[in-house]
Design a protein around this ligand. Structure first.
Ligand SMILES: NC(=O)c1ccc[n+]([C@@H]2O[C@H](COP(=O)([O-])OP(=O)(O)OC[C@H]3O[C@@H](n4cnc5c(N)ncnc54)[C@H](OP(=O)(O)O)[C@@H]3O)[C@@H](O)[C@H]2O)c1
Length: 376
């Protein structure tokens, strides 16, 4: 029986996690859940799964059994620090997911990490913390990284030539970007996800973040990770070995699979929790090269990787700022990546990498992205 804390339990990742736990009550017990403002859903989860501790960020309150505490400090951090758990599922959006992740690492816990922004912005700090706390482990939940994790586990790293992650190509792959509305963008062709990650998928910033995430998780050099467009979202990642062999990971696009892999690791559930590829149907699995001119978002991610320092954090924070404006329909779709580009050009890193330094760069980049966007 594993004790589970779910940060962002009411979101898309949170709800997929609950599906698995509901099916396996003999393996998992939820000890804590958090949400931003969806109080009704949070309370329903607490009652359905008999969870004693819950946190609602928008009101800064903690539910502890029948008691309610009003707090000034962050509810995610409090639960990550106080509760007795084996695995924390981090399904928060944005780099606000970093502090509870660091606490979990320092406590030697397992982190099932969906919250990619954290490993992008604070990758260097997290790598150091993991070295210091070898009992702790990050298990990637992003489907591409879960796929890479499984592939890399099977090979001798000396055999590795290059890793590939796939992208559905976002809406721009199918439509002209200058006419895209918010509704067009939120209608992702293959995945059903939260709003921010859906917008990120459409701009392909999501893939840019994932390139940085892959380098940080698996200690890859930027030239060792490539992106291929794969509109069907069946192949999630592949590795190329030095002898010319390609090994790929394929599955129906459903986040239940990578989440269950992270929860059950090193085992797999004995039954199929998601659909399978129908043997009697024809599947055209296509892979396209990335057109670098079309995807400035990917170019900027590699540039952030090459320059390191606070550039990955700035890439992510400028995007968080720009996406927040797009979700309020204050800027157009095509403005998002242009804003990130401008903010990155203005950024000049100062001093050595530290939590404070990264945090300051993030605050500056998000504010600057919003200023630029509001003037458009
Ligand atoms: N969804 C996917 O299929 C998918 C796939 C791969 C990776 N990811 C990554 O997983 C992360 C989560 O994505 P998602 O699609 O699940 O997002 P989502 O549906 O928007 O859910 C976000 C969750 O976090 C909660 N939340 C937001 N800010 C919070 C705060 N400060 N304190 C506590 N709770 C907070 C939200 O609460 P409310 O419900 O109250 O707003 C919600 O429960 C992102 O980093 C995303 O890139 C997602």
């Amino acid at each position: 029986m594993k004790k589970i804390l779910i940060l962002g339990a009411t979101g898309s990742i949170g709800m997929s996690t609950l599906k698995i736990i509901k099916r396996y009550p003999e393996y998992f017990k939820i000890v804590g859940v958090t949400a931003f403002s969806n109080e009704e859903r949070l309370k329903r989860i607490m009652s359905d799964f008999n969870v004693k501790s819950g946190g609602l960020k928008s009101k800064n309150i903690l539910y502890r059994g029948n008691k309610i505490e009003k707090r000034t400090d962050d509810i995610n951090e409090i639960l990550a620090e106080d509760l007795d758990y084996d695995i924390v599922v981090n399904g928060l959006v944005g780099s606000i997911g970093f502090p509870p992740t660091l606490i979990a690492i320092e406590r030697g816990k397992i982190i099932a990490l969906a919250n990619k922004e954290t490993i992008v912005a604070y990758g260097q700090i997290i790598k150091k913390a993991l070295k210091k706390n070898p009992k702790s482990q990050i298990r990637p939940v992003d489907s591409e990284h879960s796929a890479l994790w499984q592939l890399l586990d099977k090979i001798d790293r000396r055999e590795l030539e290059k890793c590939y992650i796939t992208a559905s190509g976002g809406v721009p792959f199918k439509k002209k970007t200058d006419v895209l509305s918010l509704a067009d963008v939120l209608n992702h062709p293959t995945w059903s996800m939260g709003k921010k990650v859906t917008v990120d998928s459409s701009t392909m910033v999501n893939k840019g973040l994932e390139v940085i995430e892959a380098c940080n998780l698996f200690n890859l050099k930027p030239e060792q990770i490539g992106v291929l467009i794969h509109p069907q979202s069946i192949i999630h990642a592949a590795v190329l070995l030095k002898d010319g062999t390609y090994m790929a990971h394929m599955a129906i696009p459903d986040m239940v699979l990578p989440i269950s892999y992270a929860l059950f690791y090193p085992f797999r559930p004995k039954e199929m929790l998601i659909g399978k590829i129908k043997e009697k149907e024809n599947y055209d699995l296509t892979l396209h090269a990335i057109d670098a001119d079309k995807y400035l978002s990917i170019k900027l991610a590699y540039s952030a990787l090459d320059r390191q320092m606070t550039f990955p954090a700035v890439y992510n924070a400028a995007n968080e700022g720009a996406v927040s404006l797009f979700l309020k329909e204050r800027i157009q779709f095509k403005d998002i990546v242009a804003i990130i580009d401008k903010v990155m050009k203005e950024h000049s890193p100062k001093g050595r990498i530290s939590i404070q330094n990264i945090r300051e760069s993030e605050i500056w980049a998000k504010k600057r992205a919003i200023e630029i966007g509001e003037k458009l």
